[in-house]
Design a protein around this ligand. Structure first.
Ligand code: ATP
Ligand code: MG
Length: 401
């Protein structure tokens, strides 16, 4: 692969998406060279449970992408999904090392390391840390301490942690597809780099990724990530509910959801019909289907609301909710969310990527691409420059053995 091309891999419960893009030198935007999507395998509720099966699907998308872009893909940024992801808040304290009291990068590194020295339950580890604030000689709220003078430096950090065996499974699946991992990004954060503006993050915003097996939440305020969570409920639960309610096959239920589903009010006729693969017709009541969908979406939104309440942000995010993920394609989701959570709501749209059309389920892989482009090209500058500028990268380049 040429040095200015980047690749990303989003491993989801429903599908695996891979994108290869080129960074445009003048604008810093990225131009998509190839995109491939393949039905997932070996993934349950966002976590890789059978790496061998997942590798086969990764190899398939990799091959497709290489044909499209005409270049070999050697390294990727990848998402780590699943409700095993959790956050922990921590605090570190160090003495400023220089005699003149000037705080250096080395002091910042030391205080961030000190903040990571907390006990975790067995089989879990820190995936990423996000500084919330620095405290210099008791003065809190400092974002950039380097160059300030002081004796004591403290840091509050938010650590995103994961269940180690699932991280290992993911790594194993990707490496076996002959790919190096340049970054592992918690799945709920992946789309942020392309759909959230710096203003959204400053004002306060919640990114809600409704996937097939999970729903991811990432909350930002005053420019920083302040919380993230993954719930083990997604759009597949809606399909299952329809299959049970309408008493039809899973595939028929999926068709009913995607063709006729809506979050509010029934659309069109009172009774609709779909054809089963064997030619038989299945009739169903539109208001019944809408009722089923409404109940599940309400449950998902209530989980979001509960999480916002936990961090004292319920009803307090001026930039509101931003939806991504295939499950967010349900008509009237935004209206429903506004009504239920009493917050501004919108569908996520990509920034910084030159694409004609961006389906909600592709925004995570696009976000990975944008953050890779940002981190490769120095500090972001524009309004949409996002990347993970406030994330302390635990850059672990994982090589093929
Ligand atoms: N029009 C639609 N209305 C509602 N749901 C839809 C629609 N189109 C696709 N979906 C659902 O979107 C889901 C796939 O979305 P996505 O690709 O974001 O999930 P994923 O990333 O594979 O899963 P996860 O993030 O949970 O691991 C499927 O459950 C699919 O049924
Ligand atoms: Mg997903």
């Amino acid at each position: 692969m040429k040095p200015h091309t980047i690749a990303a891999l989003d491993i989801g419960t429903h599908s695996i998406k891979m994108m290869v893009a080129k960074v445009l030198e003048d604008s810093g935007d990225v131009e998509v060279l190839g995109l491939a999507e393949q039905r997932s395998a070996g993934v349950r509720k966002g976590a890789v449970v059978n790496p061998e099966e997942t590798t086969k699907q990764i190899l398939f998308v990799k091959q497709k992408i290489e044909q499209m872009s005409g270049s070999r893909v050697k390294e990727v940024s990848v998402t780590l999904g699943g409700s095993h992801l959790f956050v922990a808040s921590s605090h570190g304290i160090v003495a400023v090392s220089r005699a003149d009291g000037n705080i250096s990068q080395e002091d910042v590194d030391r205080v961030l390391s000190a903040a990571q020295a907390f006990s975790l339950r067995s089989n879990t580890e820190i995936l990423d840390i996000f500084p919330q604030q620095f405290i210099v000689d008791g003065v809190a709220g400092i974002k950039e301490p380097i160059g300030m003078r002081g004796i004591r430096l403290e840091a509050d950090v938010l650590a995103i942690c994961c269940f180690t065996p699932y991280l290992k499974n993911l790594t194993q699946a990707v490496l076996a597809a002959d790919l190096e991992i340049i970054d592992t990004v918690p799945s709920p954060l992946a789309a942020a780099a392309t759909v959230l503006t710096l203003q959204d993050r400053e004002l306060g915003v919640a990114l809600v990724d409704i996937g097939a097996g999970t729903c991811g939440l990432a909350v930002y305020s005053e420019g920083d990530l302040i919380h993230t969570a993954v719930f083990p409920i997604g759009s597949d639960n809606i399909t299952n509910d329809i299959a049970i309610g309408v008493r039809c096959d899973h595939d028929v239920a999926e068709l009913i959801k995607t063709e006729f589903g809506s979050c509010m009010g029934s659309r069109g006729k009172k009774t609709e019909k779909v054809q089963r693969p064997d030619g038989e017709t299945v009739s169903f009541s539109m208001s019944f289907v809408t009722h089923i969908i409404e109940a599940r979406v309400k449950e998902i939104l209530q989980l979001v609301s509960k999480e916002l309440k936990k961090i004292g942000k319920q009803g307090l995010l001026p930039a509101g909710l931003v939806f991504v993920g295939g499950g967010a394609k349900l008509p009237r989701l935004v209206d429903f969310a506004k009504k239920e959570l009493k917050l501004p709501s919108r569908m996520g749209v990509p920034h910084g990527v030159l694409v004609s059309e961006a389906k909600p389920e592709l925004l995570s892989v696009m976000g990975l691409i944008v953050s890779s482009a940002d981190s490769g090209g120095g500090a972001p500058s524009g309004i949409f420059a996002s990347g993970f500028w406030n994330k302390v990268r635990r850059v672990f380049k994982t090589f093929i053995p």
